[in-house]
Design a protein around this ligand. Structure first.
Ligand code: F6P
Length: 428
């Protein structure tokens, strides 16, 4: 992973090399704190040791009994789905990957109607084992399998914590299961059993993903000038401090579209604390040059744009044409056009004084993805250290969970009462 901060200098908001030099002293101290937490397997910091602590053989052993399924359906939500989904979207496989990470009946019904249930692995993932959406979807899929005459116990892999509903289910039915590493919050679990089981089922090289993570680990140092991850974390923190309240992450690769969704949870759930944080906006290049870019260039000067691309990609030539107006495209290629648009968008943001950071990986493959995921996790942890927030907890999401559970009769929660007290101003 390579980071270029050049277009975040002297912009609005913007950084200076003096700012970065002063910040570098704090990066050194933060790095010491981070490495100590990793060494002590401390909650949260343990995530940054996963490239060395995750066990590929454990993952391969758990999925080995499923042969090569036609499809894998992940039932999970948040960090229990997005890491696996990022890898599945990015890497090609003849094993189709699907995700149920919402409880939309239309979506669930349509998906279950299409799935070859007898040849699908049901990959149920929940660290807590209590997440309503995941458990509800599991019950629905299990019944759909039964209705189709499929023995769900032959098709189900469980990844969960040491106790809870899913652990009991796996034990009761002797299901293949994987542990969720205890000290790792879901949004930091992509490089663990949580994120890698689907990759193993799809025939991808899990060791290569972890090797990429180790590349990221090796690049961590006491200086932002020597560590791309820390450079990104320090720059985004400093820009937020100076008014960049939104970070629009804009990968120039369809294969990285889900990566932006994964990043959004990582950034929002880790850094949105105590009235602080930086709103992750999900964008996609070149498509959003024809939509959101208008706001990024000419809206309020409160944004940073993170432009992500692989520097190598398979290509598709653009045929020559006798249409004069299109002659400049003929003989070029889609990849060439995409790269030209990446650089043009980068320059257009700079011309409008909008800070933008370039993040590049060699290609979208297992090793580069492992390094990119790791790098953004390390960047997030550093940002959290600099901002002095509790990076690894997410207390604010609990209120809504209790209200929903109370509304469904799942317990006596005062939060549910607040729903009935809604202030109304109805316009119909
Ligand atoms: O893996 P679990 O426990 O089902 O949690 C799923 C997601 O829900 C959250 O706990 C938030 O409610 C996320 O942090 C997590 O990734």
């Amino acid at each position: 992973m390579r980071v270029d901060l050049g277009n975040a200098l002297e912009t609005t908001p913007g950084l200076t090399t003096e700012t970065l030099d002063r910040l570098d002293e704090r990066v050194a101290a933060a790095h010491e704190r981070i490495t100590a937490g990793m060494a002590d397997d401390e909650f949260g910091y343990a995530a940054l040791a996963l490239p060395e602590t995750a066990d590929p053989d454990e993952i391969y052993a758990a999925v080995d009994g499923f042969d090569r399924p036609e499809a894998v359906l992940t039932v999970g939500i948040g960090g229990s789905a997005l890491g696996a989904a990022t890898l599945a979207t990015a890497l090609e496989s003849d094993v189709d990957a699907y995700v149920l990470d919402n409880v939309d009946p239309d979506d669930a019904r349509a998906l279950l109607a299409d799935l070859p249930l007898a040849d699908t692995v049901l990959n149920v993932v929940s660290k807590s084992g209590t997440t309503a959406e995941t458990l509800a979807n599991f019950l629905v899929v299990r019944e759909a399998m039964a209705d189709a005459g499929v023995d769900w116990t032959d098709r189900t892999l469980v990844t969960t914590g040491e106790s809870g509903n899913l652990r009991e289910l796996a034990d009761r039915h002797d299901l293949p299961s994987l542990p969720v590493p205890g000290g790792v919050p879901g949004r930091f679990s992509a490089l663990s059993t949580v994120g890698l089981a689907v990759a193993a089922l799809q025939g991808h090289d899990v060791e290569a993903v972890l090797a990429g993570g180790r590349d990221g680990m090796a690049s961590l140092s006491g200086s932002l000038y020597e560590s791309p991850a820390y450079a990104y974390g320090a720059a985004t923190y400093a820009l937020a401090e100076r008014g960049a309240r939104t970070n629009a992450v804009m990968p120039y690769a369809e294969s990285l579209e889900t990566f932006a969704e994964w990043f959004a949870q990582l950034w929002a759930e880790s850094l949105g604390k105590d009235g602080l944080g930086q709103t992750p906006a999900r964008a996609l290049g070149a498509t959003d040059q024809h939509s959101q870019l208008q706001l990024y260039r000419a809206g309020p000067p409160d944004k940073l744009v993170t432009l992500v691309r692989p520097t190598e990609r398979a290509d598709v030539p653009i045929p020559e044409t006798d249409l004069d107006g299109l002659a400049y495209l003929g003989g070029s290629s889609l990849g060439g056009l995409l790269d030209a648009e990446f650089e043009a968008t980068e320059a257009s943001l700079a011309a409008a004084d909008v800070p933008n950071v370039r993040v590049e990986v060699d290609r979208v493959d297992e090793r580069s993805l492992g390094e990119l995921l790791y790098g953004m996790e390390a960047a997030c942890v550093l940002y959290g250290e600099l901002a002095s927030v509790s990076t690894f907890t997410q207390p604010a999401v609990e209120w809504g969970k209790k209200a929903a559970r109370g509304l469904l009769g799942g317990g006596d929660f005062p939060e549910a009462d607040a729903v009935t007290e809604k202030r109304e101003l109805r316009v119909e």
